[in-house]
Design a protein around this ligand. Structure first.
Ligand code: AMP
Ligand code: ZN
Length: 432
């Protein structure tokens, strides 16, 4: 029933003691990176200041902007010869962040992933089809290594190629899948088109993660595929998936407190919120070698519960993610900040001053349309010129956000000026 019984069911007091000693080690290690060394020196902080878990409050938060400022090597604590992999979050111009891993980090991460999947009932007799994107996106290799460690026959299908996915499922008798929720909903219609009933296949477990989704979507996926679906939460800054995962109780996600020190704060006052209250999740890595992060502000909004779980695991549970405390959008599983779009548009001379991002759901897939005001002199030009401009903007945006948006060129002053803050994003997507 447990992948690591002792750790997963550790009495809470012992778990807190383990956290404290790991926290001290992690901070001691972090201080050897250029970023934390400078920061802690300025503030007169040393690892000796941490005598209780509560002392963590003396340490400053780390933000995504800090990671950007330290790009690429500012947070590294080991010689480059010890680094075996990196993952980078989406975004190419000035928005990129990078996370490095030692061989031990990769093993640690794989172990956490195996723990999550084993918890849901996946076993080495299963065939696991990983239908998430690979590459820099951590849902690919993260799940892949964990599944292999668990001993499942692992099919690195990647995302897309829906018809081929169905073939794999049939030919290899896939029983466990990992898929982002919007793609899972899309697959339901592909199954219909192909006249294949997924319930007739061998599927029994699905892991849904990487983007916000509702209980309703879980039910739809469970009913259509004939599986139990489990919520998978993580972020690249903390390895990736494997931070928190649902157990068979499907009532909150156990957050692995032997690997992460967890806080939930009010994003405005930065003070901790009470159990059950919604706040921003703040995480500190407790085991990572190459790049420890201290009090990282995830910007994800959730609440935490210390209620004992009938499954016997003592690690606390977070609720399904409720939203974000910043303006980051998750489009087709890809993180997009409106500022990224703006930066691309404003670097193109023909573009005017106003633009608007519209998001819709078409056949369960996110569609982003960018309405762009074109400067007067260009708008009066010929159609050929406008088509070329539209293509140029599309390509520029694509290389930034890594998927193809729709670009609509509009006349100057045709996008209504907002009273006060510009309304840059209109999100008409149906909540999954
Ligand atoms: P990335 O680092 O690109 O994998 O993106 C991580 C972000 O994706 C998180 O900070 C969340 O905002 C979002 N995310 C990941 N998993 C989930 C989930 N299960 N539910 C809601 N949002 C999620
Ligand atoms: Zn549980």
């Amino acid at each position: 029933m447990y992948w690591q019984q002792e750790l997963e069911t550790m009495p809470v007091e012992a778990l807190r003691a383990l956290q404290l000693s790991r926290l001290q080690t992690s901070v001691r290690r972090a201080i050897t990176s250029p970023y934390y060394q400078q920061l802690y020196q300025q503030r007169g902080i040393t690892a000796d200041d941490l005598n209780t878990l509560d002392d963590v409050k003396r340490l400053p938060f780390t933000t995504k902007q800090d990671l950007r400022n330290g790009y690429p090597y500012g947070f590294l604590t080991v010689p480059k010869t010890e680094v075996v992999r990196l993952h980078s979050s989406s975004g190419t111009t000035g928005q990129a962040t990078v996370i490095f891993h030692t061989a031990a980090d990769i093993r640690d991460w794989a172990n956490l992933m195996a723990r999550c999947m084993y918890m849901t009932g996946a076993r080495n007799s299963d065939v696991f089809q990983n239908m998430s994107g690979y590459g820099m996106f951590t849902g690919g290799l993260g799940f892949h290594y964990g599944a292999e460690l668990l001993g499942m026959l692992t099919v690195p299908a990647g995302s897309g190629n829906s018809k081929r996915q169905i073939h794999y499922m049939k030919d290899f008798q896939t029983s466990v899948i990992h898929i982002i929720p919007s793609y899972a909903l899309h697959m339901i219609s592909v199954f219909e088109e192909e006249k294949v009933n997924p319930r007739d296949l061998h599927l029994r477990i699905a892991f849904l993660g990487a983007e916000p989704h509702t209980e309703h979507t879980r039910k739809r996926v469970e009913d259509a595929f004939g599986v139990k679906a489990f919520n998978s939460y993580g972020l690249s800054e903390m390895y990736g998936p494997g931070v928190a995962f649902e157990c068979p109780e499907q009532n909150g996600l156990h957050i692995w407190e032997d690997s992460y020190f967890v806080e939930v704060i009010n994003p405005d006052t930065l003070e901790p919120v009470a159990d059950g209250e919604i706040g921003e999740l703040v995480l500190t890595t407790l085991t990572r070698e190459a790049m420890p992060l201290i009090r990282y502000r995830t910007r994800d909004l959730t609440s935490i519960s210390s209620e004992p779980c009938p499954c016997g695991r003592t690690h606390r549970r977070i609720a399904r993610i409720k939203g974000r405390s910043d303006d980051m959008l998750i489009i087709k599983g890809v993180n997009v900040f409106p500022m990224q779009v703006e930066a691309v548009l404003m670097s193109i001379p023909e573009v005017g001053t106003n633009y608007q991002i519209e998001l819709e759901t078409v056949e369960n897939i996110d569609v982003m349309t960018v309405n762009v005001e074109v400067r007067d002199d260009f708008f009066l030009g010929d159609v050929k010129g406008l088509t070329a401009l539209q293509q140029k903007i599309t390509n520029a945006l694509k290389s930034e956000v890594l998927f193809t948006p729709k670009v609509k060129l509009v006349e100057p002053d045709s996008i209504p000026e907002a009273q006060g803050k510009a309304v840059r994003v209109i999100d008409r997507r149906v909540a999954h």
